[in-house]
Design a protein around this ligand. Structure first.
Ligand SMILES: Cc1cc2nc3c(=O)[nH]c(=O)nc-3n(C[C@H](O)[C@H](O)[C@H](O)COP(=O)(O)O)c2cc1C
Length: 320
């Protein structure tokens, strides 16, 4: 059995191969492992550097060690390696824009966010859910990256939920559906509106619907990322930067989605602007129609009055 035919009976296989042959596909495989997002900064003399990082990981509790890796070609690599310290800010769920700012190398990034200097002068981002002030302990070669190991000298943990980066897109954590006790399969008691389980029911419903719709998207040959790009471009032509800002997809996922849509003839590129072709517009319409049919199927047998009441309850809970 060769590496490539060992999965021939597995219909869930999306792609496989040698990581050196298709680097983008390899990145997508690594993206199956969700991470948080942090901003790592350093101050060395008058040089201040900072970037979005998802390679951050815990290493050791005693001594307290963490690591992250930086592309050798990064303009900031030399400063991070020369500086005696670096600071890590673990981003909160509402800090996507901070990640985008520090992921793009925007020259005004430190003017556009609130931060405070740590003991070594490295910026700590306000609103983050954790701060780690680190002394640079070791630098290792790691292929096209440097691996930086830091000894944590001070930490601070704040209230809030983490920002997640998973499968090339920003996400938030939610309780696992199995945590929603009253809505488990076979549960006999039904949650009522006053019951705390009502919120669990809302979460499970949204997750369940999204999982069910996934199959419909697949049937139309569309992924979550290509569907998001189609829906943004349906509102008008856009640059790759504006798509990145508005779609909450990472750069790699947007580039993959645009390539796929271009190859299928759904998207065209004109002097930096991406727009839908006629068949792209039809694809988007087919997707919207499928979403409507799907909703109608799910609600079959529920009276208009019940749907109106449920909608009023949901609007009220959203504070509308
Ligand atoms: C969510 C996210 C995670 C990232 N993780 C890393 C990382 O772990 N290491 C890295 O070198 N670059 C990472 N990047 C890319 C850098 O943030 C980006 O290249 C940097 O801002 C550009 O700065 P530079 O010009 O100094 O390289 C990440 C970007 C994003 C949006």
């Amino acid at each position: 059995m060769t590496n490539s035919n060992m999965y021939e009976d597995d219909s869930s296989l999306l792609e496989q191969g040698d990581p050196l042959i298709d680097g983008r596909a390899f990145r997508r495989c690594l993206g199956q492992y969700p991470t948080g997002v942090s901003i790592i900064t350093a101050q060395q003399g008058d040089k201040r550097v900072g970037m979005a990082v998802n390679s951050f990981a815990a290493v050791s509790l005693d001594p307290a060690l963490v690591l992250w890796s930086i592309r050798c070609e990064s303009a900031s690599a030399a400063t991070f390696i020369e500086a005696s310290h670096f600071a890590i800010s673990v981003l909160a769920a509402d800090q996507v824009e901070v990640s985008q700012l520090f992921g793009s190398g925007h020259e005004d990034r430190f003017k556009l966010v609130q931060w405070l200097p740590d003991a070594a002068g490295a910026p700590l981002i306000k609103g983050a859910i954790a701060h780690l002030q680190c002394r640079l302990a070791k630098v290792y070669e790691g292929g096209d990256h440097w691996i930086l190991v830091g000894q944590v000298e001070h930490y601070a943990r704040f209230a809030g939920e983490p920002l997640v980066f998973s499968q090339g897109q920003y996400a938030v954590t939610q309780n696992h559906p199995q945590v929603a006790v009253g809505v488990q399969k076979g549960a006999t008691s039904k949650p009522t509106l006053e019951d705390p389980l009502f919120t669990s029911l809302l979460t499970s419903t949204s997750q369940h619907m999204s999982r069910l719709f996934q199959a419909h998207r697949q049937a139309l040959g569309v992924t979550m990322a290509t569907s998001r790009v189609l829906s943004h471009l349906a509102q008008g032509a856009a640059t790759i930067d504006s798509l990145e800002h508005d779609s909450l997809l990472g750069r790699g996922a947007i580039e993959d989605a645009l390539n796929e849509l271009k190859n299928q003839g759904f998207v065209q590129l004109n002097s930096g602007d991406y727009s839908l072709t006629e068949s792209g517009l039809q694809k988007r319409q087919a997707l919207t129609a499928r979403a409507k049919e799907f909703t109608a199927e799910q609600l079959a047998g529920v009276s208009d009055a019940d749907i109106a009441a449920a909608s009023r309850v949901l609007q009220k809970l959203l504070g509308h």
